[in-house]
Write a protein that binds this ligand. Structure first.
Ligand code: ZN
Length: 374
């Protein structure tokens, strides 16, 4: 088994939920400590609370992997009489790093909202609120046949050729003949000055996201043997990656809103929940769900045809607006996001097996929901 650095683990994770998907200003990434150290034990948690830190200390954890950022408000001092500050000090003292995957995990194609949708059993799901559209470009480059494989390798290593979350290294190559006449001050890689040259060349086509344009061109220039590399870049009109919050889908059978609310209570194992409905016996089938505190996105749920919207932290006046719009709403609390512990642990365990890492993955056993019900 290979011992790994924190960096190795996080690099793999960020292929799954890249940090550029995070909302602006969201403090995702490394929050405390360093990733430049060996990581053997990782603890997955929804929240980093003082009791979670004690759990991590007692289990000899090297890295806490959390959904919610532990540093919400910048610290004004480092006085450890404040339990929040003491928590940071305990983490540093025990060399426990904290990494946060927050809104990037929410919008990742197979991340938090996809897990919630799976948990409640909706199918044919689509994104509820699209927040990012990523445009793609296509590169066509012509290289001598001898340089074909190296060029493909350079381009795919720079990130070209990924289509969706499940396919990478997608390229297309066709062989043909290129011709040119070097003139004036040319110092051609192949051929003689003032003589027409014919060269067996490969035409390589590959797609890449627009944000990688500079990296892809850099890779092309570093690998191309010609003085004047021949390449074209096209804008792709028919393919765009979409990312967003929430998912909308359908239940297998229509159920009454009251039955469905009871089912949600069981699914997420919560002691109680609130719901909003004009008629509790009305049957519903199309459901929207969004983790966290997403009451403000309810118009998107309506727009996508949802008959019921599940989200946390719905507040009083928003509840009135939802009721007036005839949208049924179930608020099982913010803590339903704790399903991420199980899902993240599965991801890390699978990667660990696949890559033969010396890594022990643990889930926090604590319930960090601040609310109780009577
Ligand atoms: Zn949350």
């Amino acid at each position: 088994m290979k011992s790994i650095l924190g960096y190795d683990l996080i690099q793999k994770f960020e292929e799954f939920a890249p940090t550029y998907l995070a909302e602006e200003g969201d403090p995702v990434g490394l929050a405390i400590g360093t990733l430049n150290k060996s990581v053997k034990k990782i603890l997955v948690t929804l929240d980093v609370r003082p009791e979670v830190v004690q759990e991590a200390i007692s289990k000899n954890i090297d890295l806490i992997f959390a959904h919610h950022p532990p540093i919400f408000r910048p610290a004004k001092n480092l006085v450890t009489d404040d339990p929040q500050i003491k928590m940071y000090a305990d983490l540093l003292k025990n060399d426990i790093a904290v990494y946060v995957a927050h809104t990037n995990l929410d919008v990742a194609t197979n991340g938090m909202n996809a897990w919630l949708a799976k948990a409640i059993g909706i199918t044919e799901t689509e994104i509820m609120s699209v927040i990012k559209r990523e445009k793609y470009k296509k590169l066509v480059v012509f290289v001598p046949l001898a340089n074909k494989n190296k060029m493909i390798q350079a381009l795919t290593q720079a990130g070209a050729g990924e289509i969706g979350p499940n396919y990478k290294d997608c390229t297309y190559t066709v062989e043909g003949t290129g011709s040119f006449t070097p003139v004036n001050q040319a110092q051609p890689h192949i051929g003689q000055l003032n003589e027409i040259a014919e060269v067996g060349e490969a035409r390589i086509e590959v797609m890449f996201p627009e944000r990688l344009t500079a990296e892809i061109e850099k890779a092309l220039f570093s690998e191309h043997p010609y003085e004047e590399p021949v390449y074209d870049v096209y804008t792709i009109e028919n393919y765009v990656d979409q990312y967003g919050l929430g998912r909308v889908g359908n239940l297998k059978e229509p159920v009454t809103i009251e039955e469905f609310a009871k089912k949600i209570k069981d699914t997420f194992n919560v002691a109680g929940l609130r719901y909003i409905a004009k008629d509790t016996s009305k049957k519903i089938q199309r459901v929207a769900i969004c983790g966290g505190d997403a009451g403000k996105l309810y118009p998107d749920a309506i727009h996508k045809g949802a008959e019921v919207y599940i989200t946390g932290d719905v507040y009083y006046h928003a509840g009135h607006d939802m009721l007036a719009s005839n949208l049924n709403v179930i608020d099982p609390g913010h803590h339903i996001e704790s399903i991420c512990k199980k899902e993240l642990a599965t991801l890390f365990t699978n990667w660990s097996k696949e890559m033969d890492w010396d890594l022990e993955v643990m889930q926090s056993t604590l319930n960090t929901d601040p609310y109780r019900f009577i």
